[in-house]
Write a protein that binds this ligand. Sequence first.
Ligand SMILES: [Zn+2]
Length: 257
Amino acid sequence: MQIVRQLGRLLLPVACPCGELDVRWCARCAALLAGPPVRAEQGAPRLDRLDGVPPVPVWALTPYAGPVRDVVVHWKDRGRADLDHLLGPALRRAAARLGPALSRAAHGSPGDAPLAVVPVPSTGAARRARSREPVAVLARAVAVGLHDAGIPARVVPALARRGSGRDQVGLGARARGRNLTGAVRMTRRGGRSLGQRSVCILVDDVLTTGATLAAAERTLERHGHDVLGATVLAATPPPRTSGQDGTASPRRTWAEV
Ligand SMILES: [Zn+2]
C-alpha cells in the first residue's frame, strides 16, 4: 500500500500551494479563508471617489498575504483550477453571511429584481493567458451564497476592460477620475442584461489599490445602476506610500481597519 501511495505521489504530485504535500489544499489555508468577511475599503487608496461620497463598501475574507497569496497565484496563473472548489465555497459562505446587510442596503431599490452580481473584468491579455476567467467562478459562488441567504441574485458579466488604463500616478484629481472611468466599459450585452436600473454587487479576487473596482463602480453608476458594494477573496494590507515630500508614510495596517 505504501509503495502504491509513493508511486502515486511520483506520478501525480499533489500539494497545497503553501507547500504542504499530499493535499490539494491544507486545513490551515482553508481556515484562513473561513472568514468572517471584513470591511476592507479603507485600505484601498484609489477607491477614493474624490467627490465627497464615501468609497464603496468592500468585504474581504482575509488579508492578501502569506499562504493566501500563494493560493490565489496558483489558482489564477499556475493552472490550479481545482482550487475553484476551495475558493468558490469560501466566497459562497461569505456572501450568505453578507446577505442580511446587503438586503438592508438594497431596501428602497426598485422592484424585486434579482441582485446583479457583476464580476470585475480582467484585462484581455490576462484572460487570454489564462484561457478562462477565474473571477466568474467567484461571481457564481456569490450569487449562490446570496440565494442561500434568501436573496435572489444572478450573475451579469456586464463589464469589460478598455485598452490599458493609464497608471494613476502623477495625475491630478480630475484627470484621475476620468482615467478611472475610462478603464472599464459596459458591454452591449451587459447593458441589455442589466436593463434600466439594476442593483449590483461587484466581485473580484483581490483588492489592491481599488483603481479597477472604482472604475467598475463608476461605469455601472454612469449607466444608472446602483452599486451596493463589492466582495473579494482577499485585500492587500495597506501599503507604505510615499508622502508628498517623498518620505514614506506608513498607512494603517489591516488589523486596525
Ligand atoms: Zn496550505
